[in-house]
Design a protein around this ligand. Structure first.
Ligand SMILES: C[S@@+](CC[C@H](N)C(=O)[O-])C[C@H]1O[C@@H](n2cnc3c(N)ncnc32)[C@H](O)[C@@H]1O
Length: 188
């Protein structure tokens, strides 16, 4: 797993190390939100939320959203973007919140985890995702130094896991830089 010190250093140098307010990210978030099969969700979990740009958008569609990050620094900004979000420090897969969710969002976080931890994350998602729920996964496709693997590897693993546990792939969007998929048992 990419050590948390890497992220702590990144946040000590910049409040927004990945420029999550960029046009590229805004367009990706628009596609992310448009890909959700349902207009509203009762209870969502978004690990690796960073400064909460996506959290703020998701919160408008979710009655309840839990947003966590392995690093505390960016979380101070989440309340301003998503006042209703329940925000806390937490590292996946270890700090998976109790309860069930009808939406789990893994956005640009899985490639930082080891293969074993990625598998644990998917197992925890399987255990906490309601039958009516959706798992949304979106990742940058290219290799980069800090990542354990690229986004295509992450999505291939999720697709294989989905087959194993009987989830259907409801959305499949691939472009040069990122890949976005939604899995679930039900289409609506
Ligand atoms: C590239 S940012 C993604 C932000 C957000 N998910 C998005 O798509 O806009 C990655 C974030 O994941 C966090 N992170 C990395 N590994 C993590 C882990 N194992 N558990 C929780 N958060 C983690 C980092 O601290 C960082 O804030």
């Amino acid at each position: 797993m990419t050590g948390l010190s890497y992220f702590e250093n990144a946040y000590s140098e910049s409040a927004d190390p990945w420029n999550l307010v960029s046009e590229y990210e805004q367009r990706k978030y628009t596609l992310t939100l448009a890909s959700l099969p349902r207009q509203s969700y009762a209870s969502a979990f978004e690990p690796g939320c960073s400064i909460g740009v996506l959290t703020g958008l998701l919160a408008q569609r979710c009655e309840r959203i839990i947003a966590t990050d392995g690093v505390a620094a960016p979380l101070q900004e989440v309340a301003g973007r998503a006042p209703s979000a329940e925000v806390g420090v937490g590292t996946i897969p270890a700090d998976w919140p109790a309860g069930s969710f009808d939406l789990i969002v893994l956005s640009e976080v899985m490639y930082y985890l080891t293969a074993a931890d990625r598998r644990h994350v998917l197992e925890r998602a399987r255990d906490s995702l309601l039958r009516s729920g959706h798992l949304l996964v979106v990742h940058w496709r290219h290799s980069f130094e800090e990542a354990e693997c690229d986004g295509d590897v992450v999505h291939a693993e999720v697709t294989e896991f989905a087959t194993e546990v009987g989830w259907s792939r409801l959305v499949h969007h691939v472009e040069t830089d990122f890949r976005l998929e939604v899995f679930g048992c039900d289409a609506t």
